[in-house]
Design a protein around this ligand. Structure first.
Ligand SMILES: [Zn+2]
Length: 490
């Protein structure tokens, strides 16, 4: 455990983020540039997320499966936009063997072991899955087909940051195939809504959802919808997307089914995913200068019990604390008993604060005497004394209360960083001073979007459902526009 401090947010927000990742022991850099090692505590958070989201995905009628890591290069090239979108970040396998160098100084690629067809390490799995789907689907009876997988993917990034942007990351990708366009659009929006609710109810993150612009959409999709969260520095972070693929992939992979009238048709498809980026979003939006702050629902340790004793009262205090531990354990398995005797109580408080454990229970000689304990909640660092007979009920309510309070802060963060502007001058002022989600009219012309990006670094984040109904002059060119949300994104 590192005992180093944490850079305050207002001093250097980027360094603050990296410090939290390090001090909370979530992840570290690996010998491979851009690829991170997710440490046990960070991975335990991912497991909590995965377990709860997996249930929601299954509740939508999806089944989990596994498709290969390697994709034949020709597959990726079949959908023209798709390959264009991913070409610049592909890792390619060209050989399958090494051989010893003739001068005995090590090994080199064996030129004779060249693959007939080069393989792409999956950047996403549409192509490899849909080639298979073309054999699984022959009739309307095979539809809808709803498949999900939890895997790693590789997108060769040059500028990386743990959890937010890494060359290899973990995610889930859902892929569905439908008889009608209407059904597939329902799925696209249904998955988006699943992510929005999951963010609120589990990650305690308030988000904005909406359709992406042409330039921001998924390569190969008709439309992409995104989930955008607001970070404490006013930047936005997209952590989930849901794509309307239309019949684009069905046509190139020749997925066809016989409809109820006996005619051959191309089906309609969707895909949607979220990744370990969610952990980055949680860290950046909830944490403070003392360390990580975790919503209880994804905290690997929800409660830590710290007995504070000296040689004289050690046995009595440990026994009493164990009683409290057993009582709290009845309401949660995610509990830690920290009776290490080689570090001080102060060191322990500091360590668990950095790791974002929602509730800390301290038990010392005075507590033993008064039949009480001290409870500290991590979100607002408030301390309370409590009769030990109430501890179980109190902890149960407090976990709920903390979850709600963190969500409330996230809602406030989003609201207080949301602006509406009518002029480009106002737009530039707000973006440069405060960033945030800026609602403004845009005509839909990619040249205006690009111009705004060059001037201010702000991009369109999404258009909400209400935004589509609000119209006014484009802030860049003055032509007729609709309301979009702009922001500077991670
Ligand atoms: Zn314009």
């Amino acid at each position: 455990m590192s005992n180093k401090g944490i850079t305050p947010r207002n001093e250097d927000y980027s360094q603050w983020y990296l410090d939290i990742i390090d001090r909370a022991e979530l992840a570290e850099n690996s010998p491979v540039r851009g690829a991170m090692v997710i440490k046990p505590y960070g991975y335990a958070i991912w497991e909590k997320i995965k377990e709860q989201l997996d249930q929601r995905i299954k509740d939508r009628g999806c089944k989990n499966a596994y498709f290969p890591l390697f994709i034949p290069k020709s597959f990726l090239s079949k959908e023209a936009d798709h390959v264009k979108g991913f070409a610049k970040e592909c890792a390619i396998v060209t050989h399958y063997r090494l051989k010893e160098k003739e001068d005995g100084t090590g090994v080199e690629v064996d030129p004779e072991a060249k693959l007939d067809e080069e393989l792409i390490v999956r950047p996403t799995s549409e192509t490899i899955m849909y080639d298979t789907f073309s054999r699984w689907i022959t009739s309307w009876r095979d539809l809808p087909l709803k498949i999900n997988q939890w895997v790693n993917i590789v997108r060769w990034e040059r500028r990386t940051r743990p959890f937010l942007r890494t060359s290899e990351f973990l995610w889930q990708e859902g892929h569905t195939v439908h008889e009608t366009e209407e059904q597939s659009l329902e799925e696209v929006l249904g998955a988006l809504e699943m992510y929005r609710k999951f963010a609120r109810e589990v990650l305690a993150l308030e988000t904005l959802t909406g359709i992406k612009s042409e330039s921001e959409k998924f390569a190969g999709a008709n439309d992409t919808y995104g989930v955008e969260a607001m970070m404490q520095d006013g930047k936005s972070l997209q952590f989930g997307t849901s794509h309307d693929l239309g019949q684009n992939f069905a046509r190139v992979f020749n997925i066809q089914f016989t409809n109820k009238d006996g005619k051959l048709e191309y089906p309609w498809q969707t895909s949607w995913g979220v990744s370990t980026r969610m952990i980055g979003a949680v860290v950046m939006s909830h944490s403070d200068d003392k360390g990580l702050v975790l919503p209880p629902k994804i905290a690997p340790i929800k409660v830590v019990i710290i007995p504070i004793y000296s040689d004289n009262d050690k046995d009595k205090i440990l026994e009493y604390s164990k009683g409290v531990y057993n009582s709290v354990k009845e309401i949660t398995e995610d509990i830690e008993f920290d009776d290490r005797d080689y570090v001080t109580a102060g060191y322990k408080f500091n360590e668990w604060e950095k790791k974002g454990v929602p509730i800390r229970i301290e038990i010392g000689p005075r507590d033993l005497e008064n039949n009480q304990c001290v409870i500290v909640r991590r979100d607002i660092l408030e301390k309370n004394e409590l009769p030990v007979s109430n501890v179980q009920e109190y902890v149960e309510n407090l976990l709920d209360e903390i979850q709600k309070n963190i969500l409330k802060r996230s809602e406030e963060l989003l609201v207080s960083n949301t602006y509406s502007v009518d002029s480009y001058e106002e737009f530039k002022d707000i973006i440069s001073a405060r960033r945030g989600f800026v609602h403004a009219y845009w005509c839909g012309n990619p040249d205006c979007e690009e111009g705004i990006k060059v001037d201010t670094k702000a991009t369109t984040r999404c258009q909400t459902e209400e935004g589509r109904k609000n119209t006014g002059p484009c802030i860049y060119c003055g032509e007729h526009g609709e309301e979009w949300v702009f922001g500077i994104s991670y």
